[in-house]
Design a protein around this ligand. Structure first.
Ligand code: B12
Ligand code: SF4
Length: 503
């Protein structure tokens, strides 16, 4: 079967001036802290990062190994007032749609409306093509999607084995009822087959980076004709054993590690083929298995030439100073830690299962061992009150001022389908959920109200947090003009909707 897989563009996020300042200081602190070795050419390459959809590249690699022929479509970042990405992408897909037996789309919640529009346009011109959808939104809204769109089949959660089996059944004209992990329409009925167990991701093929340029004319990727990835995301471990009530991640309650030599091969490929000079280990919980984490660090450290990387982890009080020293020795420049709230009581009710004191201690030790710390904070979890939000803002500020946290990221909680509190709002005192998915992007508009805060309160507290962040960072780093002068041209052209891909 010939199939095409499409990364769907997220709508551009109009930002307040405070948000723009916040992103400026966020990116600048990262550049001055951990990305000092990147040069002007690296920053120019950031504008082409939007098509890098790791899930689809992983899926394509697996399907090709199983003998299915795949093509990749992705949107290209834009810097203009008007956003033509969806239109441009659709034109490309339509011009080739008749070549494929199945066209798949991978939206997040914010880009689902675009995926639905594109599927309708493809269906109109190609009534016989199979239309599939997968990814972080589709698994949670399969019934709704099949009832209200042109999609024929939803691949729920992890895609590799399910999609391969689906394609084989379609090719052989068999029945879909045995394909675990899919939901589909049969006449007027919607059928939801059982879930498929998680795959062992130990030895999967390397993501199919060679497909990135499948549907770009060389002139679109001027001047390199190729997508370069200065900061690359690699994933030596996937999954998390925790269950935060607001987490929209379906990789939970299981952790799978990657074979370290395969991991090393991927890092090497990215360095050689894609100019990668910094690696972000997108592990949900790097320290879940400390010896395994140290092994990954060793593998990175023993690679030729200088290597610089960072990892995402949950706070683990078992991590020692020696562990951190070892990581620093192997090129670890930063740890990303979700702290989320300055209120211990709230951390307990949201199921985060960490202690603020332990988080602070880990950050401090890392800083003392020469590792930067990037902390994440949330405003607006279901039990949030004015007091807890203010405690979060105060804690984040203090940690930044004291250097416990080198940089920080603040988000307003968005209620994603599939999360416990989205699905059971009354249990969490959530009184309203926005039905308009297209605003579920990086702009951070409240999507719900809680028993203690209205949407206007949440928006105010969120902007207040950003403003306080900007005041600490401008005190620490100086004015925007001063920072830009220091960085010279080593700053990406500014479009936060796309910048997210880079940092
Ligand atoms: C890496 C990442 C990013 C990267 C790169 C994204 C990318 N597409 O590669 C960056 C930093 C750009 C990013 C940005 C954002 N992200 Co993000 N991101 C992730 C993260 C951590 C990992 C994605 C990944 O590589 N997963 C591993 C791969 C193997 O899994 P996968 O992508 O789900 O794909 C598999 C299956 O889903 C399936 N599949 C997927 N699509 C399809 C399609 C078809 C047809 C089929 C058959 C199968 C299939 O097959 C794949 C292989 O198994 C996820 C969380 C997570 N752990 O998944 C969040 C996540 C996807 N991001 C999220 C969000 C909200 C965002 C932002 C809006 C954040 C913001 N505030 O700006 C932006 C949007 C930017 C954009 N333009 O898309 C949410 C989405 C939630 C939702 N329901 O919408 C997630 C789930 C995080 C979360 N828990 O909230 N993100
Ligand atoms: S720790 Fe992170 S990945 Fe794990 S459940 Fe919480 S938010 Fe999700």
């Amino acid at each position: 079967m010939r199939i095409a897989l499409t990364a769907v563009p997220v709508p551009p996020a109009p930002l307040s001036l405070i948000q723009q300042d916040y992103y400026f200081y966020l990116f600048a602190s990262r550049i001055e802290g951990v990305l000092g070795h990147l040069d002007e050419a690296d920053f120019l390459r950031f504008k082409y990062l939007e098509p890098v959809h790791l899930g689809l590249l992983a899926l394509i690699a697996f399907l090709e190994k199983e003998g299915h022929e795949c093509s990749f479509f992705g949107p290209l970042g834009h810097q203009d007032e008007t956003d033509y990405r969806e239109e441009q992408l659709l034109t490309k897909i339509l011009s080739r749609a008749s070549e494929f037996d199945l066209i798949g789309f991978s939206p997040i919640t914010a880009s689902y409306p675009a995926a639905r529009r594109m599927a309708a346009a493809v269906r109109e011109e190609n009534p016989d093509v199979w239309l599939a959808i997968g990814g972080p939104h589709a698994w949670a809204r399969d019934q709704e999607i099949l009832m209200n769109s042109d999609f024929d089949v939803v691949v729920r959660k992890e895609g590799e084995a399910t999609t391969s089996e689906l394609l084989t059944v379609l090719e052989e004209g068999g029945s879909l009822d045995k394909v675990a992990g899919i939901s589909y329409r049969e006449g007027n009925r919607i059928i939801r087959n059982p879930d498929r167990p998680r795959l062992d991701r130990w030895d999967l093929p390397l993501p199919a980076y060679e497909h990135l340029e499948d549907n770009f004319a060389p002139g679109e990727l001027f001047p390199e004709k190729k997508i370069m990835i200065p900061i690359a995301r690699v994933t030596p471990a996937t999954g998390c054993l925790n269950d935060c009530i607001w987490c929209a991640d379906f990789w939970k309650k299981d952790i799978t590690w990657q074979n370290t030599s395969r991991f090393q091969e991927e890092v090497q490929l990215l360095r050689e083929e894609r100019g990668s000079r910094y690696f972000y280990l997108g592990t949900h919980d790097f320290f879940h298995d400390i010896p395994a984490a140290l092994e990954v660090a060793r593998v990175l450290g023993e690679m030729d030439g200088e290597i610089a990387w960072e990892a995402q982890t949950r706070v683990n009080p078992g991590v020692t100073r020696e562990n951190l020293r070892e990581l620093a020795k192997q090129g670890c420049r930063c740890l990303h830690l979700g702290v989320e709230s300055g209120s211990q009581e709230l951390l307990n009710t949201m199921g985060k299962n960490i202690k603020l004191e332990e988080a602070r201690k880990l950050c401090l030790m890392a800083r003392e061992e020469g590792i930067h710390t990037h902390t994440y904070w949330i405003i607006g979890v279901p039990e949030e009150s004015r007091d807890t939000a203010r405690a979060t803002i105060a804690t984040m500020k203090l940690w930044l001022q004291e250097g416990v946290s080198s940089s920080a990221e603040i988000n307003l909680l968005v209620g994603y389908p599939g999360t416990p509190f989205y699905e059971n709002p009354s249990q969490y005192g959530v009184t309203w959920q926005s039905p308009n998915y297209s605003t579920y992007d990086g702009r951070s508009i409240p999507t719900f109200a809680t028993s203690k805060l209205t949407t206007r309160d949440l928006e105010y507290l969120f902007q207040l947090a950003l403003d306080e962040y900007c005041s600490v960072m401008s005190f620490r780093m100086g004015s925007r003009e001063g920072v830009l002068k220091r960085l010279d041209r080593r700053f990406p052209s500014f479009n936060p909707a796309v910048m997210e891909a880079a940092f």
